[in-house]
Design a protein around this ligand. Structure first.
Ligand code: GUN
Length: 288
């Protein structure tokens, strides 16, 4: 059987470390890290994510400031809010939940966030820093994936890693982080030809396509590690949603290690958001 990489437990450990960092900041500087969470409209999945992020802040002692705006909020009004948050010294992290309503240009809005408060790592300055290895704020899901991989491998040097999916939030930043660690990275996407054969060459597969059970057992080399970033909500027979990953988990007993869905990458994303918020606060007071 493949080792199951327990993201829930690792996230709890990271949260304990973050809570400790918060206590130290409070003790040393009397400063509590603050995160502003901005949600425009009523996308049901976004509502759930935002509620979870706010709850998670409470668990580790970060102050959270929720800004829920109506779906018809103008881009100008949203930019005014961001300008206010940028200059507010009690706010160390700003997160604007995406997707935004269609009349708002997400690129403009995310680009208006002060890069030093951009705890999602979506600002072009942080994207640039990531691609040059310059130590900006790193997107939370890719950061979580790296921490999960670090539980399996001491060193990623020379490993063949196949990333499935080229999104700005997951696929591309993961590729950059892996390159920094000297892995050999192949980024694939929906137009890639012969994906099963490419995947079969991999020591590590990172599945981030958002396509349920895309990665079948025969795509996975004996002894490979499989990280499943895909989360698709599928209604079950009781009318409730079930989370389904990108990997046919029941077919990969021959893998070395794999993340489950749920309980793998998901919990790490929020834990990394909290860690990024504390890092931004530490940098703001000159402590990191
Ligand atoms: N929507 C889906 N994932 C994310 C995320 O990591 N951050 C933000 N801001 N919005 C998202």
């Amino acid at each position: 059987m493949a080792e199951i990489i327990d993201g829930k437990t690792l996230a709890r450990h990271l949260d304990a470390q973050t809570a400790n960092d918060v206590r130290q900041m409070m003790g040393g500087h009397g400063i509590r890290p603050g995160l502003a969470v901005v949600l425009v409209g009523h996308d049901p999945a976004s509502e759930v994510y935002v509620a979870r992020k706010v709850q998670a802040c409470e668990r580790v002692g970060i102050d959270s400031f929720e800004h829920r705006l109506p779906a018809d909020t103008s881009q100008e009004a949203l930019l005014t809010l961001i300008t206010r948050l940028n200059i507010d010294p009690t706010i160390h992290g700003i997160l604007v939940q995406v997707p935004l309503p269609a009349h708002i240009d997400a690129g403009v809005v995310l680009g208006a966030i002060d890069p030093s408060k951009d705890v999602d790592g979506f600002h072009p300055v942080n994207v640039g820093r990531l691609s040059t290895g310059a130590g900006g704020l790193v997107p939370c899901t890719p950061l979580g994936v790296m921490k999960l991989l670090d539980t399996v491998y001491q060193d990623l040097t020379g490993l063949n890693v196949v990333v499935i999916g080229k999104s700005n939030i997951v696929g591309k930043p993961i590729a950059m982080l892996l390159l920094e660690r000297e892995a050999t990275v192949t980024v694939t996407h929906i137009e890639t030809r012969g994906l099963p054969d490419i995947a079969r060459q991999a020591d590590v597969i990172i599945a981030a396509a958002g396509s349920p059970r895309l990665v079948r057992g025969f795509w996975v080399k004996e002894g490979a590690t499989v990280i499943d970033v895909g989360i698709t909500r599928v209604p079950n027979e009781h009318g409730k949603d079930r989370l389904v990953g990108d990997v046919a988990f029941d077919e990969i007993a021959h893998a070395r290690a794999a993340t489950p869905v749920p309980g793998g990458v998901g919990p790490m994303t929020i834990a990394c958001l909290l860690a990024n918020t504390v890092l931004a606060a530490q940098r703001a007071i000159g402590g990191a």
